[in-house]
Write a protein that binds this ligand. Structure first.
Ligand code: WQD
Length: 341
């Protein structure tokens, strides 16, 4: 059984589907602070199998240990549970350190107590900051984080590394996500931000649906071909599959060291305005957008060099930007329609 903490969230839910498709039993532990329990029903609908679910506050050490005691057949963990809004982390850093660091330490201590030796950790390209040289490889130096959120990812990686040095039986893979976007082709699960979306693609689809009047493009005066920021947008199902490959690597003892990390991206840099234009094309809609000032904390451009994940991990992103943006649009329309049923 694979414990997925934060498993009703955006990346987590897509990963639970792929884990179950790969034949794993899955236990979801989530506090539902940023997701809905009905996602469990959707996962069952998609994969034909219902994951186990426990509502758990992983900031509570006792409750975290009780979870492992209740499920003695946990063989590995994928740790998604974390707060992830960059702006909110600047306003309320203590919430981010308590949740993101506290929960990870509790999970690691419970794993040690109950002899669970494998963990895949949800990390982020944010640990690279604004790289001097592009594309980014796993050898690219990490940089001081631009936000408390980013800092919790840096600190979490350091905690995992230190723990892997102190306890050789622990096997850890950190996956450094670039920008996850899109939704499962069924349109039954997808990104569901609370309130006004921070991230670009949900804001695009909500604008196209008419929930937002205008998309603000944060700056077109960057040193990029069209002046807007460049990111490496990765399909969430491709990303989910990377977790299945990583957990198998650990369970089959194919890892080369007990602390590994991989860039999980497409290798393609895409600008904000290219996202807008591509979305308009695939959705056959006209997006209302305006160019506004830069957003504080944004880096100018980043995309991954993916050969290490491709060759060593044996994983490669497969889905195109067109089908990924269309999946996001399909999800937005289906989800909104389901609210009126
Ligand atoms: C992408 C680009 C914006 C919204 C952050 C975190 C990362 C991960 C994903 C959690 C930027 C522009 C955005 C909008 C815009 N977080 N934009 N108008 O900032 O690259 O990454 O979210 O998992 O760790 O750092 O993603 O989608 O917010 O922005 O112009 O309304 O879109 O300026 O250039 P980001 P994003």
């Amino acid at each position: 059984m694979i414990l997925t903490t934060g498993g009703t969230g955006y990346i987590g839910s897509h990963t639970v589907v792929e884990l179950q498709n790969a034949g794993f039993d899955v236990l979801i532990a989530d506090d539902l602070s940023n997701s809905k329990q009905e996602v469990v029903d959707r996962i069952e609908q998609i994969s034909g199998k219902r994951p186990f679910f426990e509502k758990v506050d992983l900031k509570n050490k006792e409750k975290t240990f009780e979870l492992f005691q209740k499920y003695p057949n946990i063989e590995a963990v994928i740790h998604f549970a974390a707060s992830k809004a960059v702006g909110e982390s600047v306003e309320n850093p203590l919430k981010y350190y308590e949740n993101n660091i506290g929960s990870l330490v509790n999970v690691l201590q419970a794993m040690q107590e109950y002899d669970v030796a494998s963990i895949v950790f949800s990390s982020s390209c944010t640990v690279y900051g604004q790289p001097e040289i592009l594309p980014v490889t796993e050898q690219t130096k990490r940089k001081a984080a631009e936000s408390p959120y980013g800092n919790t990812k840096m600190i979490s990686e350091d905690i995992l590394k230190d723990h892997s040095v102190s306890d050789k039986s622990f096997k850890i893979i950190a996956l450094r996500y670039f920008n996850p976007i899109g939704a499962h082709p069924s349109g039954l699960i997808g990104e569901l931000p609370n309130g006004i979306p921070n991230n670009l693609v949900p804001f695009v689809t909500q604008t196209a649906y008419g929930l937002r009047t205008t998309l603000s493009v944060f700056g077109n005066d960057y040193d990029t071909p069209d002046g807007s920021c460049i990111r490496d947008y990765i399909n969430v199902v491709d990303l989910a599959e990377a977790h299945v490959v990583a957990i198998k690597r650990l369970l089959e003892n194919k890892n080369k060291s007990n602390f590994e990390y991989f860039n999980i991206g497409t290798g393609q840099g895409v600008s904000v305005l290219e996202i807008v234009r591509t979305f308009e094309k695939v959705s056959n809609t006209k997006l209302n957008y305006q160019i506004v000032g830069r957003r504080a904390g944004d880096i100018e451009k980043i995309w991954a060099e993916t050969s290490f994940a491709n060759t060593e991990l044996g994983w490669k992103a497969k889905k195109t930007l067109n089908e990924t943006l269309l999946s996001a649009w399909n999800w937005e329309q289906k989800y909104r329609a389901s609210l009126t049923e």
